[in-house]
Design a binder for this molecule. Structure first.
Ligand code: SAH
Length: 411
């Protein structure tokens, strides 16, 4: 059995059950890629069983803090089962559900999303890579499903020294005549009151932004209650918030004069956004789509004197880690300042950051300083986070990657 001996004092985060062991904490020891190692304090006390990642700055990730626990197939079956059972207790209004959310579910480096009868998994650590076959079988066994597609093409895999890997892991084409490419990659989910499609091979992440499910619903509720007529959805991807806005207008009786403008720099995402408007029974006269840069578009709208009743800002990750925080903070501040200037009095901004490197507190300060620069004051109506199937835990605060604020411009 291989061991990792930590430097004096470096046992503290593990004693608080935080699952990461940084390269700088290690005095000696190691193992092969993904191998289970016994982690000990400087004086030889057992701390955890962890998966070794020889090329990552996070040099090991904890599987268990229990010395008696064996890290074997039954361990992964039990961990997958716990994670899936927890989802049954969360309030998830969709058949698109995150079943395993990495560290928060005790499975660092594993993401599993379920879209109807299809599972899509991302293996982003040396440990999950090593146990991939066992985990794949455990997921099928615990869900009763047969189809599992792998989307291990996230950039973080490079930090682990792992090449990208995509394709069917289970339930794929058999090679039999007429079987073709295997099961469909194009799927439809039913979220709240709307239908949305995705492609599990080509979409972002595992195909879709499930984490924004309830913020989309929240936006629909605000639209219905406050009667937004002119909505701007920035970084719209496949238009989930655009459909939510139109659904809110319809529910509030204001669809006849409603309009949603959606901006994204991805042509294929916009095509799908347009299809989603039609799929949900809305006339395309109520929607326009701009294949453009958000920052430039906001500046152009300001020049033109345009105003909106509500604006969504859901940009990509500007700061993947804390090291990018400064530059990211300026980028967030810029778009938030422009958006606040573009709001009508009484208008509402839904603004988000999905950057792990920007804390909720820092994000709040960035938006506040954007308001100060814009000369706009606003009420913070609420704070938003990821949907409940993307949980954070007491022990792993890094799990809070997605944060949002709902700000109403003072009238
Ligand atoms: N709100 C979406 C998810 C947004 S993901 C949802 O609910 O599904 C971020 C999107 O920003 C991606 O679609 C990406 O194509 C787009 N994007 C990234 N940089 C951009 C830019 N500078 N201007 C416009 N869109 C951009």
């Amino acid at each position: 059995m291989k061991t990792l001996r930590l430097r004096p004092g470096k046992e503290r985060s593990l004693q608080r059950r935080h699952p990461w062991i940084f390269e700088s904490a290690i005095a000696k020891g190691g193992g092969d890629s993904g191998e289970t190692v016994r982690v000990e304090s400087h004086d030889g006390q057992f701390l955890a069983w962890a998966a070794f990642s020889p090329s990552s700055r996070i040099r090991a990730r904890v599987w268990s803090f229990d010395e008696a626990q064996r890290i074997d197939a039954p361990f992964f079956i039990a961990a997958c089962a716990r994670s899936i059972i927890a989802r049954a207790r969360f309030d998830v209004q969709s058949d698109g559900v995150r079943l395993v959310h990495g560290e928060s579910d005790g499975l660092p480096g594993l993401i599993v999303d379920r879209y109807g009868d299809t599972l899509v998994a991302q293996f982003t650590s040396a440990g999950t890579e090593r146990w991939k076959g066992v985990i794949a079988d455990a997921l099928l066994r615990e869900t009763g499903l047969a189809k599992l597609y792998e989307r291990s093409d996230a950039s973080v895999r490079a930090l682990e020294g792992l090449p990208p890997a995509t394709g069917w892991l289970r339930g794929g084409p058999t090679g039999a005549p007429g079987d073709g490419e295997g099961p469909p990659l194009e799927l439809t989910i039913h979220e709240h009151q709307w239908s949305l499609t995705l492609n599990i091979a080509e979409g972002h992440k595992t195909g879709f932004y499930l984490d924004q499910r309830d913020s989309r619903k929240r936006f629909a509720d605000y639209t219905q209650r406050l009667g937004f007529k002119d909505v701007l959805n920035c970084f719209c991807y496949t238009g989930g918030f655009s459909v939510a806005a139109l659904a809110g207008m319809r529910a509030g009786g204001g669809l006849a004069d409603g309009h949603v403008t959606s901006i994204d720099s991805s042509g294929p995402a916009l095509e799908r956004a347009r299809a989603h408007v039609a799929l949900n029974g809305f006339d395309l006269n109520h929607a326009s789509f701009m294949d453009a840069d958000v920052n430039a578009s906001l500046r152009q709208f300001l020049k033109e004197g345009r105003r909106f009743d509500a604006i969504i800002l859901d940009p990509p990750k500007f700061a993947p880690t804390a090291a990018h925080a400064d530059r990211a903070a300026r980028a967030y501040k810029d778009i938030n300042r422009l958006a606040l200037q573009l709001l009508s009095p009484g208008g509402v901004l839904f603004t988000f950051s999905c950057s792990g490197g920007i804390s909720a507190d820092l994000f709040h300060k960035i938006v506040a300083s954007a308001g100060a620069d814009a000369g706009v004051d606003g009420f913070i109506l609420e704070r938003l986070g990821g949907a409940p199937d993307h949980p954070m835990t007491l022990e792993f605060p890094e799990g809070e990657y997605l944060k949002g604020l709902v700000v109403m411009r003072k009238g």
